[in-house]
Design a protein around this ligand. Structure first.
Ligand SMILES: [Zn+2]
Length: 357
């Protein structure tokens, strides 16, 4: 990492260099005026702030639009050899690192674009509305980012818009990765899904599994999280299991400690599937993009909170219904009744049995 003084000067130089490729992320106009510490779009009048070293295209409307939440998580990864090759190939050009996180090396030909104002961030903004003119970049990187955006299709359109014809896209997205924030995690993708994001608008040079995406990382991440989600004594037993024991998971395993005692958080983090039961709300405001009035956002927020509570109730009801219809639950009931009939049942059994009926 360069010294902070050196970094500041290099960032200032870069901001000056990219001033001419900026456009308004709200309306797309390139008539943007510098007013001291403010950039203002001459077309839609939206204002954005500038610091010494960062263009801040994150007005409240864009924060709401991208559903950006504040986060204390720091996303920091090194470039792989593929990215480094492109950085070298376009050393006289300009690359957009879209959702770069915190970088430990600062390149003068790479524009660090982020939702978080890290020391290496050059431009703050959201991927759904890039503040850059069309055809502005020789290459665009989107490295482990598209799973975190609310609308990956819109982000993909924006990536395509700002890269020059003939320019390069380097996109990495997780497929079998557990839930992780930074600050949100929406969609994992198969390789087919990834190609479909850009469809016929690109010519695929290579679609493959990068070194950082080998299945072994998936196994390791999964098992580490699984073990952390268990109480210590159960985790110790689980670590002694053989792989062969896990290859077939008979239904009986679902009642074993390593399944029943996994924490709720880790169940969600590693879920094989997620389910949703939802009810279409009445009088639901249509989301009108970044031009919506602030009051509509407020109403929408309340409605979303109400929807969330309703869903929680429905999900809890669904869970109870699923438990009651499960094979084990039925067997358990039969067992309690058997114990009752032969006079072995305890008070606790009777209470449990009543609960299940
Ligand atoms: Zn504008």
């Amino acid at each position: 990492m360069p010294s902070s003084e050196n970094l500041l000067q290099r960032k200032k130089n870069k901001l000056q260099r990219i001033r001419e490729i900026l456009c308004c992320p709200i309306c797309g106009s390139d008539h943007i005026a510098n007013l001291d510490t403010i950039l203002q779009c001459r077309n839609c009048q939206e204002k954005f702030s500038i610091s010494q070293s960062t263009y801040k295209f994150l007005s409240q409307r864009l924060i709401d639009y991208g559903k950006i939440k504040p986060t204390a998580n720091i996303s920091a990864h090194n470039y792989d050899s593929i990215a480094l090759n492109f950085i070298d190939k376009y050393k006289e050009g300009l690359i957009l690192d879209n959702g770069c996180g915190l970088r430990n090396v600062y390149y003068d030909n790479v524009v660090n674009f982020e939702i978080v104002d890290y020391p290496t961030t050059d431009v703050l903004g959201i991927g759904e509305k890039l503040p850059f003119k069309s055809d502005a970049f020789d290459a665009v990187f989107s490295l482990n980012v598209l799973e975190h955006v609310k609308n990956p299709f819109e982000c993909a359109e924006e990536i395509l818009r700002v890269v020059k014809p003939g320019g390069i896209l380097y996109v990495v997205v997780p497929f079998l990765q557990p839930f992780h924030g930074y600050p949100d995690h929406y969609y994992n993708m198969t390789s087919t899904g990834l190609k479909n994001l850009f469809s016929e608008k690109v010519q695929v040079i290579k679609c493959s599994v990068p070194f950082s995406g080998l299945p072994v990382w998936c196994l390791s991440w999964f098992l580490n999280s699984y073990i952390h989600g268990l109480p210590d004594s159960v985790a110790d037993k689980f670590k002694l299991k053989r792989v062969s024991e896990l290859l077939n998971v008979p239904m009986e395993s679902l009642e074993q400690d390593f399944v029943t005692q996994l924490s709720a958080e880790v169940n969600e983090e590693l879920a094989c599937t997620n389910s949703l039961i939802a009810k279409k709300v009445e009088n639901h405001f249509q989301f009108r993009g970044v031009n919506s009035e602030p009051q509509q956002y407020k109403v929408q927020e309340y409605q979303t909170e109400l929807e969330r509570l309703q869903l929680q109730l429905l999900l809890a009801q669904g869970k109870i219904a699923a438990m009651e219809s499960s094979k084990f639950w039925k067997l358990r009931k039969v067992w309690f009744r058997f114990k009752q009939s032969v006079g072995f049942s305890t008070d606790a059994d009777i209470i449990n049995d009543k609960d299940t009926l």
